[in-house]
Design a protein around this ligand. Sequence first.
Ligand code: CS2
Length: 521
Amino acid sequence: MTDRLHRSAPPAGLPQPVSPTDVGVVHLGIGAFHRAHQAVFTDRAMALSGDLRWGILGVTQRSAGVRDQLRPQDGVYAVLTAGAAGGGSSSGDGSAALGDGLSLELVGAVVDVAYPAEETPRVLAALAAPTTHVVTLTITEKGYARRPDGGLDVDRVRPDLEALRAEELAVGSDENNPEQATATSSEQKVVLGAAEPGAASSAIGILVRGLAVRRRVSGDLPLTVLTCDNMVDNGRVLERLVREAVDAALPGAEGAALRAYLDAAVTFPCSMVDRIVPATTPAQRDAVEAALGVRDEGLVVGEPFTQWVIEDRFAGPRPPWEAAGATLTADVAPYEQAKLRLLNGTHSLVAYSGWLAGHATIAEAVGDPAIAEAAREYLFDDALPTLDAPFDLRSYGEEILHRFANPHTGHTTIQVAMDGTQKIPFRWGGVLGDSLSAGRVPGGLVLGLAAWAEFVRRRVMAGEVVDDPRAAELAEVVHGAGGDREATVRGLLGVPGLLPDVAVGHEALLGAVVDARVPVS
Ligand code: CS2
């Protein structure tokens, strides 16, 4: 039985990982992407600056899996970079080359992972701690609990809103009895005398409860809440959802103190994140075990390219991320729009048409001439003309296609294809709305929509899982159409909130999608 990787004994050939002195960042959604992206920037920023206050407490929502991967390793894991060096804007990595376009680096920034179903008081305490200055999130588009119209789906976070209300109202009495608030245990004190806080069941919920606790414990301690998910104007979306949650839990005067705290001390900047991070395969884990001589259950894999563009609107201190290559700017929008429309939009077209053509990976799919042609039509003829950016968009687009062709990542079409109803509005919605408003039916995007619809139809008719929060709704449309292609397409494209208003009932668009022949070789 091979030993586990551990912070105390880094494998030969790899530098000792950083050991943070404090938890400065609480991260919600510590999946593979965070561990291969923001955590790497934070790790490198600490290593390069010597500022070790930026340890990360990861919070995992769905299961204790990531906690059980990392806690036995004292939070340390390796990142396997797959593909020729170059690209992006990260710097200062202490990686070791393994040959064949592969390199490994250890990340020590994550100090532990908490699982709210069993550790909610600990998470709330971390969110309230004066050493915590930043909360980051990668909870995926579906994690924001939005209704089709974009508002907060209160039913999906109701248990947390009820807990928030109970904690706030319990504190109301405590605030009149300060001695009670100081008499409780450290974690109990965090929730100021309330009964043992109920287990959090949503990311938005634990965030709002944590903000409320921070206010109760500290009054006006600033905090920056930085979303790193693929949504247009992601920081503004998150702020609106947090405020809708407060209004739902604490209407009127009951929520006045918390709203005033948000106004005065909490910021929600936008950011654009970019690195292709495929799911780690058992073969990759075994190969790294053979290379290191120890077992790393937390291994993550990424392409060489990495980029992080952050709105410089922080409520208090932050990690020196620019030391590791991040870009701080007053306006993230041009970077965010270009990345969502050019990279993510093309990714989805390649994923659906690639899956239909029988290609398991993105790299194989873009190697298919018919799919490559459709991807280029969408990227350069449909999406690029809708953008205005302070950098060369055509070169950026060509680099995206080069990145997709990287065979070393093993990024699968089915992984990118998941959650279509959550991704399409953000990555195709803008291009579609702008094109139709300009009187143009975008031919490449038509192929993408046709491929998505056919992907859903085939999976539903085959009884296979459609990995999407609205899978039941999609299945109902497909079965209701009774196999009729036009009815299926019209029904799926008519799913509320999927496409922009200008596209709903747009006969030229619908006709083009019905008539489209998905590009398969
Ligand atoms: C991909 C993204 O799975 C997907 O939807 O398009 O995860 C993509 O790999 C990242 O946004 C790249 O930065």
